[in-house]
Ligand binder design. Sequence first.
Ligand SMILES: [Zn+2]
Ligand SMILES: [Zn+2]
Length: 321
Amino acid sequence: MPKVPGISKPAKASSRPVAMKPLHLPESVKPTEKSKLRIRWTYSLSILGVHALALLAISPWFFSWAGVVACVLGVYVFGTLGINVCFHRLLTHRSFACSTAMERGLALIGVCSLQEGPGRWVAIHRQHHQHSDERPDPHSPLVAFFWGHIGWLLVTNDQTDTMQLYHRYAQDLMKQRFYMNLERRLNWLWVYIAHAVLFALVALLVGYGVWRDWSGAAQFAASVVVWGVLLRTVLVWHITWSVNSLSHLFGYQSHDTGENSRNNWLVALISNGEGWHNNHHADPRCAAHGHKWYELDVSYISIVVMEKLGLAKRVMRPGRR
Ligand SMILES: [Zn+2]
Ligand SMILES: [Zn+2]
């Protein structure tokens, strides 16, 4: 078994843009035989349910400016810091180092994005890097856009639904009791539920403190949960999923990485830097995904700020030896 953690495979970097390859649906990328695909009903209905509840945001009864602020800030805190900086660049690729307390605090923030536990997230992403756009890739959009975006989450997959996945790709995390416990008995889900309840309670108390009226406070708390938890969760889901789907279909290639990863400015903009995905595949351990001056990478800027504050060290930079 080749060395996996960090996925530091050498990349053929090129300063010249690589010509766009025509899209195709090679037999080799199909995830598994059709007869083995079964819908994960509980999981699928849960994703659908959270989307349906997030739609409550269009009702004026659930609107508050505090909810909007909680949503916008939440996309940065839980999506950018929790998923991009922690789950992706820290835990999966070890693009920088920090204290154990900081790492675990960020990991818990990432869990509040409802993308399962860090162990499974890291294992699936490392598998994606090792087999990008080939049959073992869990979510190549070369199968179909819908498959790469969300479809792969809705069905069973013999290659990702086993303990073998953790064994192969996330042993470094699984040997730590903290990460093992998060994977066990859906504990990651309980953390998510606990943070949603905390949002509701704090908003309820703040609302009562301001208006001295429990029904008004309850409406305020409902708006904060709908906007600041449910809608934010759905937005961060689609941002993360867009990196898997859009950034393997549309955009430019600066590096010949041998698969279909792309630098996609739209995904980079909404994901705070994760859309510079071809750069990332070329140098997976690099903390910076934007390699050119115009490739804005807010997640990397956040890591540099953490470094300046003494919270991050050994930041992997482009062009390092
Ligand atoms: Zn990729
Ligand atoms: Zn990656």
